[in-house]
Design a protein around this ligand. Structure first.
Ligand SMILES: [Cu+2]
Length: 555
């Protein structure tokens, strides 16, 4: 398949494109190639491309001149009666959603962004398992959007207000009315009150915009933040904490020469949507190429990939060489793993989280570099001496009891499909060949267990996220794509591969890799009501790769 997304980005003449013969899958898996494509694009044959402007070459900026920002902790404004227990008062937060400017780098001008609490990432919520809280999300944004809306996309038609928002707390077991259903958007001047009961294990969740048809633009503008749930079990493990526990919110952006967000467009009149976006500016906690001063001891990093579409492959390098077994991964999306997993490369698909411990004690007085593929993205400056510490890295963490396959009452086979135009540019992506507006086809019964088989005949790895629930990955297995495309049948061609050790815990987002059937097992616990499942490549999600599902009461 030709490089359709480069065509989309840079409006290459199609003849040129057809000679390149690189698949988008390769681009998805290889960040440096995407960066190369971006560089190629600056010399490409631009015609009149609305919105999209000449790109800043982010690698030309000085490295490691800004300290890593740590997002502030959200503070409740008062206590209010809990919606599910009138005898209880719970914290009430009010978070304004605002436009603001901040410098992404010392040598850049301030960049216009949108942020929760007027910052991006937004303030970090700190709460405990079972400690419910209320958040009033108040839309105080301007009435005009500054990124290119595609009115041909479902839910973003020209009769809709330009600026709309709705907030989803990713990974939360929350009632449907507080889950941020994509159609429940509200306009500037309005707000939504959400109740998060937090009856779930310790984990790092994250909140972000989920507005139908413009989600990719609102998140690109900066509407994201983290939400940490803690519990006694985790605290008893004596992991690094307080100043030694640090969130790393990682995402890529495209900037213009004026330091402004430069969301790519297709170049096709009236249809600016592009199938994926990859930027060469890797931002961590709101800064490009930040540094962090650390002591020679263990740190706990809570990493989140909040990129629109980029998969990160993170490594640590000392003096130019990769250090082996740099990370001890202790948790994934929905909390702790059964035991630490030693990794030299940490892969994060969009929306995935990894909880990792890094021990700097062997590097006193030197610098380490965090890399994504070949790109240096952050520096750790390890002090020569540190304060004595007693944190530990236990050999066993939290038991993860496997859900038996025999407990599943239903198996659903769900295809992930891509519809291309005549020159093989994707025009829409679908789940199970159904559009957003079609009748609900997945209606699991509350407290029942199901197996979902995600059949991926496309060239892309799609990170699939189910709202409300946590699940376990059973396996991935190659199948014959051609047979599937002709007949719909699934003919396996390989043996089932178990999840990677770092995925073998509780998940809420799973890579459905190309040419494979990915099986997950899910218990639909929590609440009845309407939720969604979708691809977390935001450009896919916005263009039909999202479906509602209903959790129904048992008969
Ligand atoms: Cu996708």
């Amino acid at each position: 398949m030709p490089v359709d997304f480069v065509l989309a980005f840079f409006d290459y003449p199609s003849q040129e494109i057809l000679t390149l013969q690189v698949t988008r899958r390769v681009f998805l898996q290889n960040g440096s190639m995407a960066a190369m494509a971006m560089t190629m694009g600056t010399g490409g044959s631009h015609r009149t491309i609305p919105h999209y402007r000449t790109q800043l070459n982010a690698s030309s900026l000085a490295k490691f001149v800004d300290p890593l920002p740590i997002p502030e902790i959200a503070k409740p404004v008062e206590y209010r009666v809990s919606p599910d227990n009138p005898t209880l008062k719970i914290p009430y937060y009010r978070i304004p959603v605002r436009q603001f400017e901040s410098k992404l780098h010392r040598d850049l001008k301030p960049t216009r962004q949108w942020g929760y609490g007027g910052i991006s990432p937004g303030p970090t919520f700190e709460t405990r398992s079972g400690q419910g809280l209320l958040v009033e999300w108040a839309n105080e944004l301007p009435t005009l959007h500054f990124l290119p809306i595609d009115h041909s996309i479902h839910g973003a038609e020209a009769d809709k207000p330009e600026v709309r928002t709705v907030v989803h707390l990713h990974g939360a077991r929350a009632p449907a009315e507080s889950d941020g259903y994509p159609e429940n958007w509200f306009v500037p001047g309005k707000s939504a009150l959400c109740h998060y009961p937090n009856r779930q294990d310790a984990a790092m969740l994250w909140y972000h915009d989920h507005t139908l048809g413009i989600n990719r633009l609102n998140v690109f503008a900066g509407l994201l933040g983290t939400f940490i749930v803690r519990d006694e079990f985790e605290e008893a493990l004596n992991l690094p904490r307080d100043a030694y526990e640090i969130p790393l919110v990682i995402y890529d952006r495209v900037l213009d020469l004026d330091s402004q967000l430069n969301y790519p467009v297709s170049g096709e009149a009236g249809k600016p949507w592009v199938p994926e976006v990859f930027g060469d500016a890797t931002v961590i906690n709101g800064k490009l190429f930040p540094y962090l001063e650390v002591e020679p001891r263990k740190y706990r990093f809570r990493a989140l990939n909040s990129a629109n579409g980029r998969f990160f492959h993170l490594t640590m390098a000392a003096s130019g060489a990769r250090t082996s077994e740099s990370f001890a991964q202790i948790g994934c999306d929905q909390g702790l793993l059964a035991a630490p997993v030693r990794l030299s490369i940490l892969t994060l698909a969009p929306a995935e989280r990894a909880d990792v411990v890094v021990d700097f004690s062997a590097h006193a007085g030197s610098n380490l570099i965090l890399k994504n593929d070949t790109l240096d993205i952050m520096q750790f400056r390890v002090a020569a001496n540190g304060t004595p510490h007693k944190s530990s890295l236990p050999q066993s963490l939290r038991p993860v009891e496997k859900i038996p396959e025999a407990s599943a009452v239903k198996t659903r086979t769900l295809a992930l499909t891509e519809i291309d135009d005549k020159i093989q540019r994707p025009v829409t992506m679908l789940l199970n060949n159904t559009h957003w507006n079609m009748a609900v086809t997945e209606s699991p019964v509350l407290d029942s267990t199901e197996i979902w088989e995600l059949v991926n005949p496309t060239d892309d790895s799609h990170p699939i996220h189910l709202h409300l629930v946590r699940f376990q990955i059973l396996d991935r297995r190659n199948f014959n794509v051609n047979v599937h495309l002709m007949s719909g049948d699934v003919k396996y061609t390989g043996t089932a591969v178990p999840p990677e050790p770092g995925e073998a815990g509780w998940k809420d987002t799973v890579r459905a890799d190309p040419g494979m059937v990915t099986r997950i097992i899910v218990k639909f616990e929590g609440y009845t009501g309407r939720y969604v499942w979708h691809c977390h490549i935001l450009e896919h999600e916005d263009n039909e790769m999202m479906r509602p599902f209903d959790v129904v009461a048992p008969k």
